[in-house]
Write a protein that binds this ligand. Structure first.
Ligand code: SF4
Length: 458
C-alpha cells in the first residue's frame, strides 16, 4: 500500500498540490523543438532544470535526448543570464553545428526577467549566429501552465521564427499535431498521404525519437520538419490544429499574421474524432476519402460492436493532458463506457466545460477538475470505485493500491515501451487503444472468474 495515507474524506485544498498530474513547461518546449530538423534545444537556466527535462524525455522515449543549457551560476541568477546565453549560442554553433538553436526559458530566468527577444537580437547583432542558421525562442515559465503550455508556446515560437508569406499560395495544409507521440505524428502523415493531401506537419518527432538502431549515433537524425517547410507554412491553404490546448496558439498566429485560416479540432482519437479530422481535411483540401481509409474505419467499427458487451457500463478514471482526455472521454462514451473521474494538471476552465458537455448523459455524476492532482483522483476513486484507470506511468501506484486494471496512456510512460511505435490516433490508433482497454478488462475478468465461469472463448 504505497499510497495508504490517502484519506477517503475529501477536504477543500487551495494552497497545496499533491502529486500534480503534469510536468513542467520546458519539457514540452524541448519536445516541440526536437520535432524540427537539425534543431538543438537550449534551456536558459540552471543545469539542474535541463537535466530533469532531458531525463524525463529520455526515459519516456528510450532515446538519448540532447539539449544545451545556459548553465546559470549564482552570478547569472543575480545579474541575468545574457552573457551565458550569448556564449552558449557561439559554442553550440561552433561545436555541434545545428541548423537551429531553439531557446526556452525556465522558472529562474523568467523570475529574474531575462528578455529573450533582446538577447537573441544581440546574438545576431554580435555575429554569433552564422549565416543561414537560426535562433528561435519561447518563454516557458514553469510556475504557470504545464508541459502542454510549454509545447504550445514553442509551437508559437516556431511560427514566429520561420513562417513567411510570399503571396504565392501553396496547395498544402499545415497540421499541428498536438502533444502526441512520434508514432501518432507518423500516423497523421500516413493518413494525409492516403488522402492525397500535401501537408506541412510541425513539430514532427517521428524518425527522431522513435528511430532505428543503426549502430551509429546521429545528434541530428533525419526526421523533423525542415526550415523550408516551416517557412512555407505562411503560404498554405489552411491550418488544422489538433488539440486546442497544445496547438491552437500557433494556428491562430498563422491566421492573424499571414491570413492562413485555421480550424481547431480535438485530437483524432477514436471513431468520431477521427471522422471529424478526415472530413475536415476532405473539405478543406477538396479531396475524396479513399476506400483504404474507409476500410480502416470499418475495422474499428467492427471491433467496437463485436466487443461492446465487455465495455458497456464500465466505469473509468482518467488523468493526464487536457487534449488527450477530451478525445479519450469522447471515445469512451461512444463505447458505452462511463468516465466518472477526470483530472488534468493543466489549468483551463474550458477543459471542465468540455468534459461536462461530453458526459452530460452519463448515468452517474461525473467528477472533473483542471489544475488538479493525483491525490484528488485517488480520493474520488476511494469514494466511487472504477473498473479501469487510464493515464501515465504515475497511475500505477493508485492502480496497485486499489487493485484496478490500468492502461498506460499519455506522458510520461516510463516503465513500458510501445507508445513511440504504435499510434493511438486515427482509426488504426483507435483499434490499438481498444485492444489495450479490452486486454486490461478481460485479463481482470479471467483473473477473477470462478473455475466454472472461466471461458476459453470471449
Ligand atoms: S519547475 Fe522550474 S525550476 Fe523546476 S525543473 Fe521546471 S523549469 Fe526548472
Amino acid at each position: 500500500m504505497l499510497l495508504r495515507h490517502t484519506p477517503t474524506d475529501i477536504t477543500d485544498r487551495k494552497a497545496l498540490m499533491i502529486n500534480p498530474a503534469k510536468t513542467c513547461q520546458p519539457i514540452g518546449a524541448m519536445y516541440a523543438s526536437l520535432g524540427i530538423h537539425g534543431c538543438m534545444p537550449h534551456s536558459h537556466g540552471s543545469q539542474g532544470c535541463c537535466s530533469y527535462h532531458r531525463s524525463t524525455l529520455t526515459r519516456h522515449f528510450k532515446e538519448p535526448v540532447v539539449a544545451a543549457t545556459s548553465s546559470f551560476t549564482e552570478g547569472s541568477s543575480v545579474f541575468g543570464g545574457q552573457s551565458n546565453m550569448i556564449q552558449a549560442i557561439d559554442n553550440i554553433f561552433t561545436i555541434y553545428e545545428p541548423e537551429i538553436i531553439s531557446v526556452h526559458t525556465t522558472c529562474l530566468s523568467e523570475t529574474i526577467g531575462d528578455d529573450l527577444t533582446q538577447i537573441v537580437k544581440k546574438a545576431y547583432d554580435d555575429g554569433k549566429v552564422p549565416a543561414g542558421k537560426h535562433v528561435i525562442y519561447a518563454p516557458t515559465p514553469s510556475y504557470v501552465g504545464s508541459h502542454v503550455t510549454g509545447f504550445s508556446n514553442m509551437c508559437k515560437g516556431i511560427v514566429s521564427g520561420f513562417a513567411e508569406k510570399t503571396g504565392e499560395q501553396k496547395n498544402q495544409m499545415n497540421i499541428i499535431p498536438g502533444y502526441v507521440e512520434p508514432s501518432d505524428m507518423a500516423e497523421i502523415k500516413r493518413l494525409t498521404t492516403e488522402m492525397g493531401v500535401k501537408t506541412v506537419l510541425f513539430p514532427d518527432t517521428s524518425g527522431v525519437l522513435n528511430g532505428p538502431q543503426t549502430g551509429r549515433y546521429h545528434m541530428f537524425p533525419k526526421g523533423g520538419t525542415t526550415v523550408e517547410e516551416l517557412k512555407s507554412s505562411g503560404d498554405s491553404l489552411g491550418t488544422l490544429a489538433l488539440g486546442s490546448f497544445a496547438s491552437s496558439l500557433a494556428a491562430k498566429l498563422l491566421d492573424t499574421k499571414f491570413k492562413v485560416p485555421c480550424r481547431v479540432l480535438p485530437l483524432p482519437i477514436g471513431l468520431a474524432a477521427t471522422d471529424r479530422f478526415i472530413d475536415t481535411l476532405r473539405k478543406l483540401a477538396g479531396v475524396t476519402v479513399p476506400d483504404s481509409v474507409t476500410f480502416e474505419r470499418g475495422q474499428l467499427v467492427d471491433v467496437m460492436t463485436d466487443m461492446q458487451q465487455y465495455l458497456y457500463g464500465k466505469k473509468v478514471a482518467l488523468f493526464g493532458d487536457p487534449d488527450q482526455l477530451i478525445a479519450l472521454t469522447e471515445f469512451l462514451v461512444s463505447l458505452d463506457m462511463v468516465p466518472v473521474h477526470i483530472v488534468t494538471g493543466t489549468p483551463g476552465k474550458e477543459f471542465e466545460a468540455t468534459i461536462t458537455e461530453l458526459t452530460k448523459d452519463s448515468p452517474v455524476p461525473v467528477n472533473v477538475k483542471a489544475h488538479s492532482d493525483m491525490f484528488q483522483l485517488h480520493q474520488w476513486i476511494k469514494n466511487e470505485p472504477v473498473d479501469l484507470l487510464m493515464g501515465n506511468t504515475y497511475g500505477k501506484y493508485i492502480a496497485r493500491d486499489e487493485d484496478i486494471p490500468f492502461v498506460r496512456h499519455g506522458f510520461p510512460i516510463l516503465d513500458r515501451v510501445g507508445h513511440s511505435y504504435f499510434p493511438t490516433v486515427g482509426y488504426r490508433g483507435g483499434l490499438r487503444l481498444l485492444e489495450q482497454i479490452l486486454n486490461a478488462l478481460l485479463d481482470r475478468k479471467d483473473r477473477d472468474s470462478s473455475e466454472e465461469s472461466f471461458e476459453l472463448v470471449m
